[in-house]
Design a binder for this molecule. Structure first.
Ligand code: HEM
Length: 399
C-alpha cells in the first residue's frame, strides 16, 4: 500500500494510516483548533509554499464562497500555455469573467441533455459489465469499468472518438501525477493543447451536437478558440478522473462494509443516499487551494491579502458539525449538504452528470456480480496518494 504519510502530502489531504478512507488523526486534530494554522509544503516543481489550513465545515464553506477568495492565478494570454494559464480554464478566473465563461458551459449542461444521457449511460454500464463478465472471473475494475464509463461519457460531451482514449487517459493521468518533473508536465500539456486545438478546428467547421459543439453553435463569435481549448481540457480532466476514482474507491469502501454493500445492491431506495454518502465520506478531491485577494475577516478569522489557503474538503465533510458524532460510512444516512463538489462560484459544474454515472454504475456492478471480492489482500492495494484526486491505481477483483 502506498504510504499515506508521504512527506510531500499536505496534512489537509492526508488519510489515516489504518483506514485509507478517513482523515488522518493529525488532520482531525487541526480541526479542533480555533485558528487557521500555517502549513509549509513543497510542490514538486513550484517549490516551497506556505498556506493556512482550513478544516472546519463552516469555515471551508464560508471561505470557498467569499468574493475576495480566489482559486486562480489569472490567465496571462501572452505567457506560455500551461493547464492553469489557459484561457477558458474556469479555475483560473474570478468575478464577471468567470461568470461569463461558466454561463456558456452551464447553458449546454441542460436538464434535457442530462435526461438524454441517462439511458445512454445505463447502456454503457451494461456493455462494460458484459465485457467484464467475458474477461473474468478476475479483472482490474479501474481498467475495465471505473475508467471506461466516464471516458465514454466525456467523449460524447466533447465529440471526440473513443478510439483516442488511450492517449487522453494517459495525458490526464500524467497531469495529475505529482511525481512528474516540470519538463514532463510542460511536454504533456503541449500534447493536450495540440489535441484540443485540432478538435476545436473540427468543431468550428462542423459543430455537431456534442456539448462543446453546442457552445460553438450558440456562442460562435463570443468564444475564442483558446477559450474552447480551455473548456475542452477542463471537462476532460475534471469529468473523467474524478468519476472514475469515485466508482473504484466507492466499490472498495462497500466491499469493506458488506452489510452496507448488500443494502446498495438490494434496495433501490438506498441508491441516492448511498451515492451522496460515498461522495461525502470519500471526499476524493481532498483539498482545494485558494488565496485571499484582500484582507479578510471571515467566520472570526483574520486572513491577510495574498495569503494562501488549503481548504480541506476531507476534514470538513467529516466534521461532527455536519454529520454528528459518528462520521463513518452510513449509506442510509439522510443526505447532508456535503462539500465533495466544492462550494461557491466554482462549485462543480458536472455534479449532476457525476451523480447519474455513479447511480448507474455502483448498484448494477454489485447486482451483476453478487460474489464480488478483492483479488488481493487489502494491504496491497495501491492508493493514489500523491494526486489532487484521491483514488486507486488499480483494483483487482474476482467473483
Ligand atoms: C464524482 C465526481 C466529481 C467530483 C468529486 C468533482 C469535484 C469537483 C470539485 C471539488 C470542484 C471545485 C474545485 C475548486 O473549487 O477548486 C469541481 C469543479 C469542476 N468540476 Fe467537478 N467533480 C466531479 C465530476 C465532474 C464532472 C463529471 C464534470 C464534467 C463533465 C466536472 C466538471 C467540473 C468543472 C468544469 C469544474 C470547474 C467549475 C468552475 O471553476 O467554475 N466535474 N469539481
Amino acid at each position: 500500500m502506498t504510504d499515506p504519510q508521504h512527506p510531500a502530502l499536505l496534512v489537509t489531504s492526508r488519510r489515516a494510516q489504518g483506514c485509507p478512507f478517513e482523515p488522518a488523526s493529525e488532520l482531525t486534530a487541526l480541526r479542533e483548533r480555533s485558528d487557521l494554522p500555517m502549513l509549509s509544503g513543497e510542490h514538486p516543481f513550484l517549490g516551497h509554499f506556505d498556506v493556512r489550513a482550513v478544516t472546519r465545515y463552516a469555515d471551508v464553506r464560508a471561505i470557498s464562497a467569499h468574493e475576495h477568495v480566489s482559486p486562480g492565478t489569472n490567465v496571462n494570454r501572452d505567457g506560455p500555455r500551461t493547464l492553469f494559464n489557459q484561457p477558458g480554464f474556469l479555475l483560473s478566473y474570478d468575478g464577471p469573467e468567470h461568470a461569463r465563461l461558466r454561463r456558456m458551459l452551464t447553458g449546454a449542461f441542460t436538464v434535457r441533455r442530462l435526461q438524454q444521457m441517462r439511458p445512454w449511460i445505463e447502456r454503457i454500464v451494461s456493455a462494460q459489465l458484459d465485457a467484464m463478465q467475458e474477461a473474468g472471473p478476475e479483472v482490474d475494475l479501474v481498467a475495465m469499468y471505473a475508467l471506461p464509463i466516464p471516458s465514454l461519457v466525456i467523449c460524447e460531451l466533447l465529440g471526440v472518438p473513443y478510439t483516442d482514449r488511450a492517449d487522453f487517459q494517459h495525458r490526464s493521468a500524467v497531469l495529475l501525477d505529482f511525481t512528474r518533473t516540470a519538463e514532463e508536465q510542460v511536454a504533456n500539456y503541449a500534447a493536450m493543447y495540440a489535441y484540443m486545438a485540432e478538435l476545436v478546428a473540427r468543431l468550428r467547421a462542423e459543430p455537431g451536437d456534442s456539448l462543446l459543439g453546442e457552445v460553438v453553435t450558440k456562442h460562435s463569435d463570443d468564444v475564442t478558440d483558446e477559450e474552447l481549448i480551455g473548456f475542452g481540457n477542463l471537462l476532460l480532466i475534471a469529468g473523467h478522473e474524478t468519476t472514475s476514482n469515485m466508482i473504484a474507491l466507492g466499490t472498495l469502501a462497500l466491499l469493506r462494509n458488506p452489510e452496507q454493500l448488500a443494502a446498495v445492491r438490494d434496495d433501490d431506495e438506498v441508491t441516492t443516499p448511498a451515492v451522496e454518502e460515498l461522495l461525502r465520506y470519500l471526499s476524493i478531491v481532498s483539498q482545494i487551494g485558494r488565496h485571499a485577494t484582500a484582507d479578510l475577516d471571515v467566520t472570526g478569522h483574520e486572513i491577510a491579502a495574498g495569503e494562501g489557503l488549503s481548504l480541506s474538503i476531507l476534514a470538513a465533510n467529516q466534521d461532527p458539525e455536519l454529520v454528528g458524532p459518528d462520521a463513518g460510512l452510513d449509506v442510509r444516512r439522510k443526505p447532508v449538504p456535503h462539500l465533495a463538489f466544492g462550494f461557491g462560484p466554482h462549485q462543480c459544474l458536472g455534479q449532476q452528470l457525476a451523480r447519474i454515472e455513479l447511480k448507474a454504475a455502483l448498484p448494477e456492478l454489485l447486482r451483476r456480480f453478487p460474489t464480488l471480492r478483492l483479488a488481493l489482500p487489502f494491504e496491497r492495494i495501491d492508493f493514489r496518494v500523491l494526486s489532487p484526486v484521491y483514488g486507486l491505481m488499480s483494483l483487482p477483483l474476482s467473483w
